[in-house]
Design a protein around this ligand. Sequence first.
Ligand code: AHR
Length: 308
Amino acid sequence: AENKAPATGAEGAGAPVAKKLTVGFSQVGAESAWRTAETNSIRGEAEKRGVDLKFADAQGKQAQQIQALTSFIAQKVDAIVLAPVVETGWDVVLTRAKEANIPVILVDRGIKTSDESLYTTLIASDFVEEGRMAAEWLAKKTNGKANIYELQGTTGAAPAIDRKKGFEEVLQKYPDMKIVKSQSADFTRAKGKEVMEAFIKSDREQIQAVYAHNDDMALGAIQALDEAGMNPGKDVTLISVDGVKGAFEAMVAGKLNATVECNPLLGPLVFDTINKVRAGEKVEKFIKSNDQLFEQSTAAQVIGSREY
Ligand code: AHR
């Protein structure tokens, strides 16, 4: 698709009129505070730049994302931004986008594909590294000895697979750190609470640490621990991923011990990248965010400067 519409003569001096950039954005849903921050960042940036953004919320369903992409292709959008709910099953629809010459920018989550040319770039955090950072921190905090209960993200989603992988990789070095139970809580606070309640019911005396693949699930787990009269942040050590405001509040309250940041404020980078691609510039296949770990001890100092 062209960036500039040809002059029609009706513009007076005959100067070309800039055509509005049209971008389709297929979002996973609104399962966590992190995702809402990402949606706001991309929508806000589109508005600031005068981009016509077609936004589709898939409510956690891949079928709805495929439908949205099919519709974006039919509408001949200039680019597609996709935050894929799961890693696999994208080749057919992405082949259609490629045939229509529509660049596809993956945001925050990667995919598994037999043909890497089906997407232009992935703008995201390194989830394996986040898992490693969480495990190294927990090993230090517990002197390499802990019964760990893991709350996994959405089954089949890149952050659930990779955050587990990085975490387990580091645990190899610590024979006294064990994941006793591990279950999906779908990245939501409600399910985090529900799964933690079940863990408490069966294993109350053994629970020493909780590793949650996102902050929302950790916040749900904290609620369950509080209600059970246990002591989150003290008797049970909790670490999660995202770095949302709620996690900082829980750290200030002494209930969450640490969070590994995962940057959702991708809007500016997404549209800069689309512009580069349209200008024919080469972009990296993986544009990585740099994340850091935050602990309880600095949470009060940092909370005021958090943007999400
Ligand atoms: O893909 C990023 C993950 O998805 C975030 O950690 C989580 O909160 C979100 O739902």
